[in-house]
Design a protein around this ligand. Structure first.
Ligand SMILES: [Zn+2]
Length: 105
């Protein structure tokens, strides 16, 4: 997966198209990710423990990473991600538009 936790991403398809958020969690085996503020679902909850409130809980649901693009801070838009191997052998992700590194080194 080209998308990792804490990446700023843009939603490019679906109900939340055009929204931006930060990746909170990824599910590489499912090709999905949870993005802050994106794909909210309402879940009715019942009070199970004392002190817990019943009601409607709104929570982000995982979204397919094919609907997401990594946002490059320099380009300020969703960009294609490339890879570069550093001198010390580490792989970093780069923005294919401007060449900026997307991973903090
Ligand atoms: Zn860029």
């Amino acid at each position: 997966m080209k998308i990792k936790k804490n990446d700023p991403v843009l939603v490019i398809a679906g109900d939340d198209k055009g929204k931006r958020g930060k990746v909170l969690k990824t599910f590489p085996e499912k090709g999905r990710a949870i993005v802050e503020g994106v794909n909210f679902i309402k879940r009715h909850t019942k009070a199970r423990k004392q002190g817990q409130k019943s009601g409607i809980l709104e929570k982000e649901a995982p979204i397919s990473v094919t609907n997401l693009m990594v946002v490059c801070a320099k380009c300020d838009k969703g960009v294609r991600v490339g890879a570069r191997v550093m001198a010390d052998g580490r792989r970093v992700r780069i923005c294919k538009s401007c060449g900026e590194m997307l991973d903090k080194v």
